[in-house]
Design a protein around this ligand. Structure first.
Ligand code: DX5
Ligand code: ZN
Length: 225
């Protein structure tokens, strides 16, 4: 049986970890996190290039922490299900990259993963609200997708509020995840707006003690929710 998911999800982004030591980075925070966030970038949907299926496969073998794969790639119809088949817990693809998000969500669920829809900085959330029952996760970018270490954009929280209000009307189990610039000084505002899942790269792996940084982020989020 699938383990119950906690109310607050802390998902450190391995993008900010040492890429030669990804498994060690995951192990350092494993006791204090809910998911490991894996940023897959293809140098087309975003200019950056990171990791793909072979690395996800190795990470899956190296950790028991559920993998939260964030696909910043073109043509997710071609690639996303492969991440589900590798055992990713949650597979999130970008609305801007998908011709038929609902069909892809169904395929991801059929392959055993949670299905996530990501909305980049310049994309309004409104046109996707009616699709949300088909999804387990809505990821709202709080930066422009592509690189870690950018500043949180507070205006993005309006999308979180809109999505949370909509979800209250009938999709209570929808996870609303924020990604980009989440740190000690921004996580409370995101939690107050209605986010329940928090990606943090720099704030975790840039800290002297990444596990302690995760515990602090969780405490701040829980106090604000
Ligand atoms: C960027 C990625 C983020 C990134 C966040 O496109 O989706 O997950 O790693 O990094 P920080 O927390 O440094 O903004
Ligand atoms: Zn991400």
């Amino acid at each position: 049986m699938e383990a119950a998911q906690p109310d607050t999800v802390i998902a450190p982004s391995l993008l900010a970890a040492d890429f030669a030591r990804l498994a060690e980075a995951g192990a350092r925070v494993a006791d204090d996190v809910d998911w490991l966030h894996v940023d897959v970038m293809d140098n087309h949907f975003v200019p950056n290039l990171t990791i793909g299926p072979p690395v996800v496969k190795s990470l899956k073998a190296a950790t028991d922490v559920p993998l939260d794969c964030h696909l910043m790639i073109e043509d997710p119809e071609r690639w996303a299900v492969g991440y589900a088949e590798l055992g990713a817990y949650n597979v999130t693809f970008h609305a801007e990259a998908s011709a038929d998000p609902v069909t892809l969500a169904k395929r991801l669920r059929a392959a055993g993963a949670k299905a996530g829809l990501a909305i980049d900085r310049d994309t309004p959330v409104e046109e996707y609200l009616d699709l949300l029952p088909e999804f387990d996760t809505l990821l709202i970018m709080t930066i422009k997708a592509g690189f870690g270490g950018q500043s949180f954009i507070p205006e993005m929280l309006e999308k979180v509020r809109t999505a949370r209000n909509h979800a209250r009307g009938g999709h209570l189990e929808l996870r609303i995840e924020v990604d980009g610039g989440i740190a000690d000084d921004t996580i409370a505002a995101a939690a107050e707006a209605g986010a329940d899942s928090f990606v943090a790269g720099t704030a975790v792996f840039g800290a002297d003690d990444p596990a302690e940084a995760c515990r602090r982020l969780r405490a701040l989020a829980e106090a604000a929710r």
